[in-house]
Design a protein around this ligand. Structure first.
Ligand SMILES: Cc1ncc(COP(=O)(O)O)c(C=O)c1O
Length: 486
């Protein structure tokens, strides 16, 4: 149930229902609606006065509500909302063009659709409390072991080593595979900087190549062009949860005797012909940052698909210490461990994983339905046998000289909508210029220039997605009525 639901009562319900809602929202007021459309308000004072003058708790709200009230369009800027709030109007409903209440604002809560918020309504608090009360808050404890087991099951049963975040998982994976100085690792230009940083930290050279314009993933044709006798590995980043062309990548790896590292940071839950991402590479890294499909706050996991390397990965993660000889540093290692507290949150998240994936698919499909028929946009495409994780909903906006992506982002903010540009090409990072080999990447530049991510939290409702989509269309001066899908 959303907070908003505690503020709305139908006109026809008895006063006692309004009192229950007021009890829950603790704000002294409810808004009356007629089939979802705002028609008035009812305060606890109104109900008290009605009862004193002989009303019964079974009388309907419609007899006592006030039909005069202040409301604002959902697209109102936060400055407009602030101006409308005063001591008598502490809560203001925000409505769409038909008067349907989509949100409410108060001094403490201006309306805002954030890009991606975690959903922590399962056993997160219970499990974290258990860590605290049982004193197991560091990197040992039952939740780490249970988390590793569950992640392994979700990723095709490779061995799972939980880490402090996705970047440490990537670095640990490279180190586990023995990739270092003198080695080249081919990586897509369209990715988050952590993919490239990890290669540099391992002492190897990132070779940055272009991506496919349809899938936005590393293009196997470009990989082939970049292979030489120093090439040691390919980093396949499943960007925005869309699986890479693993058939082609595995074929190249076999032909040229290369290792594969999957960067699955954004892709937990994605699969190819029913086989989960993370099970294709020699190793694979996942991220559980707060905006990811499941979160630990910060957190990561390395999947090792060659069990001969599992012990090495685990020892490298734990200061390089020999598992059978305490304080004996077999390797120059790292402390990349996940804490029991992180794992406790992560385990509670895994319990809700199928619901998260379903919800994300619904969100993704709703956006596609609402925006898909305008030739103003291009969408990330997947092959038919690939099942993406539908992570952050992102689209490409047609080049338009009259409005830039930055301006669209700023205009959406006025509508209370947070949006994001996509990653810059890795080829353009001054910090990587000296340390990387860089190939031409026109497709990546195209995606980077035109990409926009929209709010994708699983708590979003159909109505809210429609509001967000219509706001974008309005900003772009697109005729909303011309949508053939709705
Ligand atoms: C593609 C990609 N790789 C690696 C990472 C690094 O993960 P983390 O932030 O958990 O270190 C991220 C994300 O945040 C990512 O999006």
């Amino acid at each position: 149930m959303k907070i908003l639901d505690n503020f709305l009562v139908e006109l026809s319900v008895p006063l006692v229902e309004a009192m229950r809602a007021i009890e829950k929202n603790a704000s002294g007021i409810v808004f009356t609606v007629n089939q979802g459309v705002l028609v008035g308000s009812l305060t606890d004072g109104d109900i008290r006065r009605a009862l004193i003058s002989g009303a019964s708790l079974n009388d309907i709200c419609g007899e006592y509500h006030n039909s005069e009230l202040t409301f604002l369009p959902i697209g109102s800027s936060n400055a407009e909302i602030q101006a409308a709030l005063d001591d008598n109007k502490k809560i203001i409903p925000l409505v769409d063009s038909r008067g349907v209440v989509l949100d409410f604002a108060s001094r403490y809560k201006l309306h805002n659709f954030v890009i991606m918020e975690p959903y922590l309504k399962g056993n997160e608090l219970k499990y974290v409390s258990d860590c605290v009360t049982s004193n197991w808050i560091s990197s040992q404890g039952k939740y780490v072991t249970r988390f590793e087991k569950e992640i392994s099951l979700l990723c095709g049963e490779g061995d799972c080593i939980a880490t402090s975040n996705g970047t440490t998982a990537l670095h640990l994976g490279l180190e586990t595979l023995g990739i270092g100085k003198g080695d080249e690792v081919i990586v897509p230009s369209f990715t988050f900087g952590a993919s490239v940083n990890a290669i540099i930290h391992a002492g190897a050279t990132p070779v940055i190549v272009d991506v496919d314009l349809e899938t936005w993933n590393i293009d196997p044709k470009e990989i082939k062009k970049a292979i030489n006798n120093k090439t040691k590995a390919i980093m396949a980043v499943h960007i925005y949860g869309n699986p890479c062309d693993m058939d082609a990548i595995i074929e190249l790896a076999k032909s040229y005797d290369l290792l594969i590292i999957e960067d699955c940071a954004e892709a937990l839950g994605a699969s190819i012909k029913g086989r989960p991402v993370g099970s294709f590479g020699d190793v694979a890294a996942f991220s559980f940052f707060a905006n990811k499909t499941i979160t630990c706050g910060e957190g990561g996991a390395l999947i090792v698909n060659n069990s001969d390397l599992t012990l090495r990965a685990s020892e490298l993660r734990d200061h390089g210490m020999d598992k059978s000889k305490r304080y004996w540093h077999k390797y120059v290692g790292y402390n990349y461990r996940m804490t029991n507290l992180q794992a406790a949150i992560g385990l509670a998240q895994i319990e809700q994983f199928s619901m998260f994936i379903e919800k994300r698919k619904i969100i993704w499909n709703s956006y596609r339905k609402l925006l898909g028929s305008y030739d103003y946009f291009d969408f990330q495409l997947s092959r038919v046998d690939h099942s993406p994780a539908s992570w952050l909903f992102t689209l490409l906006i047609r080049d338009d000289e009259s409005i830039s992506i930055d301006e669209i982002i700023s205009r959406l903010k006025d509508f209370g909508i947070e949006s994001r540009p996509v990653f810059f090409p890795m080829s353009e990072m001054p910090s990587f210029a000296e340390l990387a080999e860089i190939y031409k990447d026109p497709n990546c530049k195209n995606i980077s220039r035109r990409g926009l991510s929209l709010p994708s939290s699983i708590s979003l409702t159909e109505k809210e997605i429609k509001y967000i989509s219509n706001s974008l269309l309005t900003i772009l001066n697109i005729d909303i009525a011309s949508n053939k899908n709705v």
